[in-house]
Design a binder for this molecule. Sequence first.
Ligand SMILES: Nc1ncnc2c1ncn2[C@@H]1O[C@H](COP(=O)(O)OP(=O)(O)OP(=O)(O)O)[C@@H](O)[C@H]1O
Ligand SMILES: [Mg+2]
Length: 459
Amino acid sequence: MKTLYLRISITIIVVMLASSVTSFLLANVYYQYSLKPYNDQKITHMAEDIVDFYEENPEVRLDQYLNHVGDLGYQIYLVDASGKGVAYGGAFRDQTLSDKVIEQVLTGNVYHGIRELDSKFYITGFFDNALENSIGMPMVIGDEPHALFLRPNIEQQFGELRVFFAKILVMTLILSVLFALISTVYVVKPIRKLTEATKRIARGQYRIQLNVRRKDELGQLASHFTQMAKGLEQLEAMRQEFVSNVSHEIQSPLASIQGFAETLRTGKLPPEQQEHYLAIIAEESRRMSQLSKQLLTLASLDKEEEVIEKSKFDLAEQIKQVVFMTEWSWREKDIVIEMELPSTLIYADKKLLHQVWVNLITNSIKFTGEGGTIAVSLHPQENGLQVKVWDTGIGISEEDLPNIFHRFYKGDKARNREGGSSGLGLAIVHKIVELHDGHIDVKSKLGEGTTFTIWLPRL
Ligand SMILES: Nc1ncnc2c1ncn2[C@@H]1O[C@H](COP(=O)(O)OP(=O)(O)OP(=O)(O)O)[C@@H](O)[C@H]1O
Ligand SMILES: [Mg+2]
């Protein structure tokens, strides 16, 4: 398996090698164009000095003099007119030198071997201990023309230094490879941890501990990852709660249907009792059907934008229809309905908004006592409109108020069971208003009444 660790290590080592080779090549260019001519000039100067000094002081013993110069760190090769040569200072590893070059120097020309030798492109040429790699200077000894070849004795001048630098280079290479291998462990470690965490989330374990104190990209990744894990955990909890709520809501009507059906099967009941039980079964079935309808609505609303089908219609007209549709139930309770509904056009999903008014108005009717009042009003505003549904009902307690829009939340559980409600109505209202980019607000006082205020954009 190609691990990230291996990849990063190899990349670092390749980069190191590539940069070493590149800098070596660049150093060679520098040597070729700058160092080599300078070096040539320096040695030429030295050779001139050596020759000048001897020619000005012919009384000096030549071999002693040249031996001294050799001891100072130079290699010398002196050739006489007959072509016979003597070496002073260290010996040349490669002593070949063409007759043409010797001839040329004997006739009074300076030979620039250091500068001109083409094969010595690489900086290693600087260290090449060859006679060719020297400066040739004409020299007159007792009226005889001679040729003096000179080059620095690198071995003597830089011997130890060369070994020293070579050792440093090798050590640097080995150590940097080693450090690259070690440091990569630290780069890869947090990624390994993240992978481990991902696996744990996949197994359903959401409590993960990651180092989120790091300030770099990995730290950010870890912090976002932890947030995501928390989000998933909440989502999972919500899902479980939802499933248990649904099961609970289905379980109770089913239990009563089952119970009454069993009782009816015994067959020894007076007709009016039978009638009563059958009515309960019918009511519970209706309730279950209502619940499944609401759940389907919520499921489709959860798919977000896809479900919205906008059209232009008169909102006042729609609300009036809902009020008339529910007339039977508010008349039964002697509730007075007040309406302030000026005709107002809106561009929205007609079916979904109908659901909103049905849910709000039936709530008001359900939670308002005999002889109460319900008011529905519509106020066009800039860019949007406001609908208020107000009642003089039982009101909502302060602790219930923040929860009424949650799925399955019912204020007074016992009473609502009889009324056959599931606590999904306001959750649906909230979702629909949200899908229309509007908002809903509620104000209520226990025992005095409740006001729902909805704002919707007109377009
Ligand atoms: N107009 C109101 N007056 C008093 N309490 C209300 C009013 N509207 C809603 N509530 C409270 O908010 C709770 C949630 O309302 P919601 O419409 O979501 O559920 P529900 O009416 O109980 O059931 P469903 O609408 O699903 O049949 C209600 O149980 C009730 O306690
Ligand atoms: Mg309701």
